[in-house]
Design a protein around this ligand. Structure first.
Ligand code: BV8
Length: 230
């Protein structure tokens, strides 16, 4: 009986809500190279460009709506809890579509677009508006030190201890809409295999680490995730 499910989501689960994946070459990605801009060095080199990169994504995320895949995971969380089990929902995504679909416990290992972080005092307020290089911290009033509260390449992801503990306790590991290109998230399937946990990938095309999954179901998340959950 599957009681503790570990789900890792990536950009593919939000693709059908209209938010581009990192592999897309249209839209916001055509003008911005995340490998160059989603880094502390990119921010230091051109803070105006990086703030605009995230301002555009924040506006897109706020205009987007959760899709049936997000809703299905919210149902899974409630269903497992009713049976005394648990869904550990770990997302690489920085949008809030899981929360808006009703998921109550979402672990954003790469941070949240709808939070900012003060580089002076560390406070991480909810933030829905544009950020500029002059934005002052609402807590310490330091001017110009507010950045998106996201984890850039080269920065330490969040909640790693909680993630490792949840992986060790899981009965099933499911990766949804992720290319398996970014670590340490891409290594979680190998950890699950090492713990003897069954592994399943739900994705549109085979991921970079596809060979690590015992089962793969190809398709759009808004079809494959409800089919898996219901
Ligand atoms: C770190 C936030 C030190 C910002 C992001 C080994 C171990 C540890 C680190 C590394 C390592 N090797 C290399 C590294 C360094 C680096 C890394 O992984 N580099 C890569 C490029 C090789 N990692 C880091 O820097 C990380 N920090 O390492 O700290 C450390 C050391 C040891 C242990 C711990 C820590 C920090 C990485 C976080 C970077 N920030 N996001 C922002 O969003 O702007 S990463 C960002 O890119 C996303 O968050 C996401 O994680 C990644 C993109 O991946 P996906 O989500 O998978 O999206 P993608 O477009 O690639 O794929 C979409 C998938 O969906 C596809 O499979 C497609 O088929 C599918 N799909 C499309 N449409 C649909 C669909 N599926 C279903 N339905 C659809 N409709």
């Amino acid at each position: 009986m599957t009681r503790n499910v570990f789900v890792l989501t990536g950009a593919g689960i939000s693709a059908e809500s209209g938010l581009g994946t990192f592999r897309d070459t249209e839209g916001v990605w055509a003008r911005f190279d995340p490998m160059r801009l989603a880094t502390p060095e990119g921010f230091a080199a051109d803070p105006v460009l990086v703030q605009e990169f995230y301002n555009q994504r924040r506006r897109d995320a706020r205009a987007a709506a959760p899709n049936p895949a997000h809703a299905a995971l919210a149902r899974l969380e409630a269903g497992l809890a009713e049976r005394g089990g648990r869904l550990f929902l770990c997302t690489q995504n920085i949008d809030d579509l899981h929360e808006r679909a009703g998921s109550r416990h979402v672990v954003h290992m790469h941070g949240e677009l709808l939070r900012a972080r003060c580089t002076a005092c560390g406070t991480e307020p909810v933030w829905h508006e544009d950020l500029t290089v002059e934005t002052a911290c609402p807590h310490c009033a330091h001017g110009g030190g507010m950045r998106p509260d996201v984890v850039w390449f080269g920065e330490m992801p969040k909640h790693l201890d909680a993630i490792d503990e949840a992986l060790a306790e899981a009965d099933l590991f499911v990766a949804i809409g992720t290319s398996g290109a970014v670590y340490p998230a891409a290594g979680y399937v190998a950890q699950a295999r090492a713990f003897g946990i069954p592994t399943l990938a739900l994705t549109l095309e085979a991921a970079d680490n596809a060979g690590m999954f015992e089962a793969t179901r190809l398709g759009r998340a808004s079809e494959t995730v409800p089919a898996f959950v219901d």
